[in-house]
Design a protein around this ligand. Sequence first.
Ligand SMILES: C[S@@+](CC[C@H](N)C(=O)[O-])C[C@H]1O[C@@H](n2cnc3c(N)ncnc32)[C@H](O)[C@@H]1O
Length: 152
Amino acid sequence: MFNIVMVHPEIPHNTGAAGRLALATGARLHLVKPLGFDIDEKTVKRAGLDYWKDVDLVLWESWDAFYASVVDTSRMFLLTTKASTNHWDADFKDGDYLLFGRETRGLDEALIAAHPDTAIKIPMLEGSTRSLNLATAVAIVLYEGMRQVGFE
Ligand SMILES: C[S@@+](CC[C@H](N)C(=O)[O-])C[C@H]1O[C@@H](n2cnc3c(N)ncnc32)[C@H](O)[C@@H]1O
């Protein structure tokens, strides 16, 4: 089971799409507060996320609370356009944490600097676009991880 970690996500539809991906792959979805939207039942219903109740969801009150819960931080992969290693060259294992940054700012530079060996990027054509959509990035990396661990 992979762990999708969205750090301070801002756009509810991206989080909704990640929840759907989590359901389809048996992954756990971690949301690290503050979030840019309400995650209460009313909002979720209004957004038409009827599957939301089935998502294996963990809500963290803060980054520090989430980080303290990770037993082996060397299994945290940091998704950033600033990495030099491509995601398909990472060696994923069941239980790994896949960390994604917020839509406007990405992951903190200091966090990336603290984990240079597990910072990875999804390659993009040079000069094409600054980054991929957050939910798209989750899908690409999660399914590469699932492929590597033998998901059929
Ligand atoms: C919309 S992007 C954030 C863009 C932000 N301006 C930045 O420079 O990081 C949201 C998140 O999606 C992931 N992401 C998007 N494109 C990516 C790529 N090509 N490689 C790795 N991660 C990517 C990262 O986790 C990023 O923090």
